[in-house]
Ligand binder design. Structure first.
Ligand code: NAD
Length: 476
């Protein structure tokens, strides 16, 4: 199986490394030690991958849905068998606790199992026409896909890029993050071992902007799918527009947690504190802006601080660790700056706020309260272990603040008031809304955002359909 001592490209099924290619180190975020050396694809490698993807698409699009389903199902079962090993690779390169890492890998297997069923249900429709004529809408695969995945979910992000494409009959070239390459490589290897042809799913690495510019400049690629920051998402969308390529953009968020006055504070805290510090807050759907009705505010803040202080931070490989390090050196540096800015503008630092030790990229679970809306951290995704808690005067004020930002990925709300719940479903500007819970992601549910959080969905039936395009066939 892939490990950090044998990192490689995966082009046409060949594991390529060496050969004078540029390289970069992969770092363990818990120790800052080098785990392995990653080869970068040369321009020739990328051209070979494009030629393979073109050829692979022409063959795969003609395969039966049964064959595609069988490969996805077999890959899923291999991923389940290898989950512990892949999870360990993931924790070493990304930092999250091993239990979270294995859970992430199992989610990938569940997603492929769901897609295996879904690829048989890409139904079209027959339009009403006079006798002797017909018009049908059929769905055909969009073409070769280029996928760019982020480091925060090294397995799921890659699975989302490749799973829908393969189910739909597309070929795909994926670039996992160079910072977390091994988990994605192991997933793609399971797909190849499960029967997905070598030209249908390939893996490349390199300088991100150079790889994406090279792949997007090719007419072979018909769809681009990206997970990462809004800034890079906008840049890639513009590049894709040059050739009218289809895009799916899964970008950042800054999720509001609306805590209305009928909520039970302990129930909310028992659910949401763990969610806020999951993966050290480096989650696009992290609950970050806690908007709490005034009457509950003090109890809520005190309970939050107590629970945050009790979190065990450590190396993700230790079974007792509940929160690992941040994934890269940029993490603690960027977060410390945002916290300093909030403090200068009048926010209270209730607990945490500092980097831990000088080995690895650890940061304290942090709670800030009464944070002014002009603080940078109230406007830009914190992407770290920090919760912002503000008192709010009314339900109206909460909803207005929830919708204030240009982001709209996930939102959370706590209330049992049926009228308010209907209003939230209609009015909250987000791709996913959780009411009285913390989960916004499931293999059968579309996952994606609105506004600056992007467009297009992964997972759910939509995850396959967004890799297909309708074609109308008129016959007389
Ligand atoms: P980034 O957008 O620069 O990088 C995210 C991923 O995209 C990385 O894996 C990187 O390799 C890749 N990437 C970067 N530029 C690219 C390009 N031109 N073409 C193709 N791929 C490219 O973000 P970052 O510096 O890693 O983190 C900055 C912020 O981005 C975070 O603080 C967070 O707000 C956001 N982010 C969001 C997500 C998410 O899940 N939506 C994931 C990672 C980062």
């Amino acid at each position: 199986m892939t490990d950090h001592s044998s990192l490689h490209l995966l082009i046409g099924g060949e594991q390529l490394s060496g050969g004078g290619r540029e390289t970069q180190d992969v770092i363990d975020p818990a120790t800052a030690e080098v785990l392995g050396t990653l080869p970068h694809a040369s321009a020739d490698d990328l051209d070979t991958a494009l030629a393979n993807a073109d050829k692979g698409f022409k063959e795969w699009r003609r395969e039966s849905a049964d064959k595609r389903a069988a490969a996805l199902t077999k890959a899923a079962s291999l991923i389940r068998e290898r989950a512990k090993d892949i999870g360990m690779l993931l924790t070493r390169e990304q930092g999250k606790p091993i239990k979270e890492a294995i859970g992430e890998v199992i989610y990938c297997a569940m997603l492929f199992e769901f897609y295996a069923g879904e690829c048989k249900r890409t139904y079209g429709r027959e339009l009403v026409r006079p006798t002797g004529q017909s018009a049908r809408v059929i769905y055909v695969p969009v073409g070769p896909v280029a996928g760019f995945a982020a480091w925060n979910f090294p397995a799921i992000n890659v699975a989302r890029k490749v799973g829908g494409a393969i189910a739909a009959g597309c070929s795909v070239i994926v670039k996992p993050s160079e910072e977390t390459p091994a988990a994605g490589l192991a997933l793609v290897q399971a797909l190849l071992d499960g029967g997905v042809p070598a030209d249908v799913c390939q893996v490349v690495f390199g300088v991100p902007d150079e790889v994406s510019r090279h792949l997007l400049a090719s007419p072979v690629i018909r769809k681009v799918t990206f997970t990462g920051s809004t800034a890079v998402g906008k840049h890639l969308t513009k590049l894709a527009a040059e050739d009218m390529k289809v895009t799916t953009m899964e970008l950042g968020g800054h999720a509001p947690v609306m805590v209305f006055k009928d909520s039970d504070v302990d129930t909310v805290l028992d659910t949401m504190v763990g969610a806020a510090f999951r993966n050290a807050g480096q989650v696009c759907v992290s609950p970050t802006r806690f908007l709490v009705e005034q009457d509950l505010f003090e109890n809520f803040r005190d309970g939050f601080i107590e629970r945050a202080k009790a979190i065990t931070v450590g190396n993700g490989m230790d079974q007792d660790t509940r929160m690992g390090p941040m994934a890269n050196e940029r993490g603690p540096e960027g977060l410390a700056k945002k916290i300093a800015d909030a403090k200068d503008k009048g926010a209270k630092i209730d607990t945490g706020g500092e980097r831990i030790g000088n080995q690895g990229f650890f940061f304290e679970p942090t709670v800030l309260s009464e944070v002014p809306t002009n603080a940078e951290i109230m406007n830009e995704e914190p992407f770290g272990p920090v919760a912002l808690i503000n008192p709010m005067a009314s339900a109206d004020a909460i909803i207005e603040e929830a919708n204030r930002l240009p982001y709209g990925l996930a939102a959370y709300a706590w209330t049992n008031d049926p009228k308010l719940r209907s209003r939230l479903a209609a009015d909250v500007e987000a791709g996913m809304l959780a009411i009285n819970g913390a989960n916004v992601s499931a293999p059968d549910a579309p996952f994606g955002g609105v506004k600056w959080s992007g467009h297009g969905q992964e997972d759910g039936a939509e995850g396959v359909m967004h890799c297909m395009v309708p074609k109308t066939v008129h016959e007389s």
